[in-house]
Ligand binder design. Sequence first.
Ligand code: VGL
Length: 212
Amino acid sequence: MNALPRAKTASFDVDPQYAFTPECPNELPVSGGTEIVPALNHQAQFAAIRVGSKDSHSPQAIWIANQDTPMFSPVEGDNVDIAWNAHAIPGTKGFELIKGLPDPADYDFFVWKGIELDMHPYGACYHDLKDKLSTGVIEFLKVKAIENVIVGGLATDYCVKTTALQLKRAGFHVIVNLQACRGIAPDTIEAAIQEMQAAEIVIIQNTAELEG
Ligand code: VGL
């Protein structure tokens, strides 16, 4: 990969929260989830701007799995698709960023998403599933004249993939750093990588590839 001009490059930490790590086994644990921190901090050194996102869900959200509606069963609604275990609830450990990352206030821009009870977005660029309700991060990156976005976080096959595709559609050159990501399941990770590559997103295996 050719080295990216730092002044025109942003680094995006997508949902690097304990909810998606083995430390929260009742939420959505992703194997190795806590291991991404050094790679996220390293990739940020190649960027002038660092942005991040957190899932921020209510325990009353309509998509929360229960005995009648187990995980992955369909949920009716315009901005929900399937049931998920309760996760990333403010005030709980699952909501917190993994140790070793900056505080949200120390990022250049930060997104809290999934607050509405009837919306479960995956991408960090829109609050809904129709890419209508902007979280403002695309506008922020454009105002800062950013052209390239390096993406990492949790999980590769859901929120990282969707965020990367949204950024690509918004006109950025998007690089997904697999060393800074972990995913939920091998088949959905592989499908996500193929979908991203088909959209001309650049996939790198290691942060060192950013050196060019
Ligand atoms: C995520 C599934 C459900 C993610 C969030 O952050 O990738 N995946 N909610």
